[in-house]
Write a protein that binds this ligand. Structure first.
Ligand code: ZN
Length: 312
């Protein structure tokens, strides 16, 4: 963390020195900057066939929790008409950046402000992360993992997007309602899978950033670590707890999340003669999928196929 702080000070120094002559009087209303894939997906859906361009800071395929902005990124944020970010632990750098730049003509949208937040949860068998400051309440930033939250967020962001390109008001409204319809279809498909499933329990041999998802559909879960813990090596106690859980409840699938080594899930699956499947939490997508225009809806449709196996 300290390393990031020092780097930010350096970057801000560069921006402030070089930034004097590029400080825009009015931002470019036709650009939306976003930090990561969920923000990108929302902005892309709303701005379809309009004059607005959406740019994602995080490179496709990159790990979201390690993101560090370049001076150019900071300049782009300052020049944009809207900046959408999640606002959780991995976005802490943004608070420092916003303190030091003039983003007064940029509409700032923080996803965690748009929905009801849940705290990170430690369930039985899970290995808690060693916190830098224990007393700090840690809420779960992965609000996008619930399709219902996605609908709420789109409804709340829609009018701000219209403000950027009011000549396309009708189009943006149609984009919003079309995307909401797709999300509602996803929601009812998941409900149907859960309703008819043999079990309502998932085992993640991995980190667990899906609290909003499982709470929405009343699914129980066990996992190696909460949220997006930086830990990737589980201790023997955690692994053996999960192995016993898989055996006892005869769970057919051990889950891992995207861009994970899958080491813990593989170990558990090998010991229990089960298989590993990937549940994509939509933090980021690969360059290949990005170029193909893969959406949150596509990701969730794949997850529904995974759920069908894991819950039966
Ligand atoms: Zn995360």
């Amino acid at each position: 963390m300290k390393k990031i702080k020092i780097l930010l000070v350096l970057i801000l120094g560069i921006v402030l020195v070089t930034g004097c002559n590029i400080k825009p009087k009015t931002a470019n209303k036709h650009t939306i900057m976003v930090t990561n894939f969920p923000c990108y997906d929302i902005a892309r859906a709303l701005t379809k066939d309009t004059n607005i361009e959406v740019k994602m800071l995080l490179k496709p395929g990159a790990e979201i929790h390690d993101f560090e902005p370049t001076p150019q990124d900071i300049i782009n944020i300052q020049k944009s008409g809207m900046f959408i970010y999640v606002g959780g632990e991995s976005d802490e750098w943004i608070n420092d950046v916003l303190k030091d730049i003039d983003a007064s003509s940029t509409k700032l949208i923080k996803l965690v402000d748009l929905v009801d937040l849940k705290e990170e949860e430690i369930v039985e068998g899970m290995e808690a992360e060693e916190e830098e400051n224990e007393e700090e309440e840690e809420y779960d930033e992965h609000v996008w993992t619930s399709p219902i939250n996605m609908i709420t967020m789109i409804n709340k962001i829609k009018d701000d997007v219209i403000n950027l390109d009011s000549s396309n008001k009708d189009k943006i409204n149609t984009n919003a309602s079309n995307y909401i319809k797709e999300l509602e279809t996803i929601d009812s498909k998941i409900k149907e899978v859960v309703k008819t499933a043999k079990r309502k329990e998932l085992i993640f041999g991995d980190r667990f950033p899906l609290r909003y998802f499982v709470d929405e559909y009343n699914i129980k879960y066990y996992a190696a670590f909460p949220g997006c813990s930086e830990q990737t090596e589980a201790n023997a106690k955690t692994i053996s707890y999960l192995i016993n859980k898989v055996k006892k409840d005869k769970v057919p699938v051990v889950l891992k999340i995207e861009l994970s080594t899958g080491n813990i899930a593989n170990t558990i699956a090998k010991e229990t003669n089960t298989k590993v499947l990937e549940f994509n939490t939509a933090h980021n997508i690969t360059q290949d999928d990005f170029d193909k225009g893969i959406t949150y809806i596509d990701i969730m449709n794949n997850n529904i196929e995974v759920l069908k196996e894991a819950l039966n």
